[in-house]
Design a protein around this ligand. Sequence first.
Ligand code: FE
Ligand code: FE
Ligand code: ZN
Length: 294
Amino acid sequence: MVSATSREDATTEGVVARELAIGCHLSSSKGYAAMGREALSIGANTFAFFTRNPRGGNAKKADPQDAAELCALLDREGFGKLVAHAPYTMNLCSAKPDVRDFGRRAMAEDLERMELLPGNYYNFHPGSHVGQGADEGIRLICSALDDVLDMGQSTTVLLETMAGKGSEVGRTFQEIACILEGCAKSDVLGVCLDTCHVWDGGYNIRVDLDGVLNEFDRVIGLDRLCALHLNDSKNDCASHKDRHEKIGEGYLGINTFAAVVSHPRLRDLPMVLETPNKLDGYAREIALLRSLAW
Ligand code: FE
Ligand code: FE
Ligand code: ZN
């Protein structure tokens, strides 16, 4: 879809510097192509969107022509990969069979629709085991993924690192690794690292970003890391709260984000803001993050 070279600019030294792929969550209510135009209007060159109402329910019927129009825009403007988001109500490891079934059905439908935008990412929250224990949660998640994923799909499905609120699975890198290892179709799986979530989950990326990334590499493998959610946090490290804050206004602080967007292992990944903002606030944060990259 996107040629890597279209984001490259030769500098005076002849070194190739790649423009960051940054964007935010956009509303899909006006369709696909409208999201592309909205992204351009705020200086974004990637974005996220909910594949259906975030609280669940049925998805609108997709319009292939609208999707093709977006694909042409993404190509023309050299966008990074998009990071679609599954509904929050998806819980593949619920104790309730009907909730698990909804999650499977929704993911299968969403992935079918994602093929209208080939080669992008689909991010989901691994789930909450609600008292069944993390091991049983991981088993149920793997079983659902084995049933729903198709090795021929062009979409990579991303497990989001979680804050560990309630009984959320995916707070530790070990739990994410267990899902990847337990799923027979892990070739089409990857990981999305959410800065607020890992911080709230107990990984101190403010003091030791390299140490956390080394740990990620040792436990999961950095080759699995496909995308970032950039959010500051309203709470301190290991709070397990999951309350996002504007960039630079929370506990992580602006220096953490300067280090993240400049990191050689991170700077080529699509970065999506999920901060408490309207469009103008996102436009400012995107410009700010671009200015921070060294
Ligand atoms: Fe999320
Ligand atoms: Fe997130
Ligand atoms: Zn969150």
